[in-house]
Design a binder for this molecule. Sequence first.
Ligand code: SAH
Length: 267
Amino acid sequence: MEIFNFGSPDFAPGSVWLVGAGPGDPGLLTLLAASALQQADVIVHDALVSDGILAMANENAVLENVGKRGGKASSRQSDISLRLAELAKQHKKVLRLKGGDPFVFGRGVEEALLLAEAGIPFRVVPGITAGIGGLAYAGIPVTHGAMNQSVTFLTGHDPAGAIPGGLDWDALASCSEVLVLYMAIRHMPAIAARLISAGRPMSEPVAFVKNATMADQQVVETMLGKVADVVDGGRVASPSIVVIGPVVALRNSINWIEKFSLQGKTK
Ligand code: SAH
């Protein structure tokens, strides 16, 4: 295919490519990610990687799903890292395909550290993260020159599943005009309450974007003071990216998918 004439590196047997698949729309894959799908022997992927992207794999590639899906529990992080090393030692071309960007709340770094320690050659291919590209598909830019000079990306839960205790919510509330939260649905009511008690207005706009960039993308807009109603009322579900701040209001003008009846997908 002509688009591969960009000089993609060869995928060496015995190596691992740690690749971001972007938020879901196959059109948002990088050329390196598409090339890896064509070359890989084994594709170890998360549940977040969309079917449309997996359909681009070469027909001989073996797919291994290590995410939660179909009632099966997800594999433990250490098991995934060991599996990657094992496959590489079998001289496979191992594609580790992760949703969004592998180094943004993706645990890709744990895998890279283990591979580095084991002396297994690997390459990192960044991807479009849900907190930027996913929001763009909802018509929400993460910065606007006149609205915010900063944006903070945070996780909505710590490794134990609790609301992140290491974060200084008062400082976040006062210094970051825009907050983008990953994996946050469950703790959003508590997070909203903390931000409000730290001085953020009840009326501050909030958006939840579910299945961003996919054909079934859903956006729920609300305000900080109503987040608990929206979450407790079951109006939002995982996987969603959450954004808090004035930029959410720009969706009224920029929401290009609905304004121009465009699907995220081109086919
Ligand atoms: N590495 C990924 C993030 C993994 S953490 C990235 O860079 O995007 C998983 C969280 O990412 C989900 O709980 C959700 O908050 C967010 N997410 C990933 N893909 C998404 C999508 N298509 N739509 C909405 N949220 C998404």
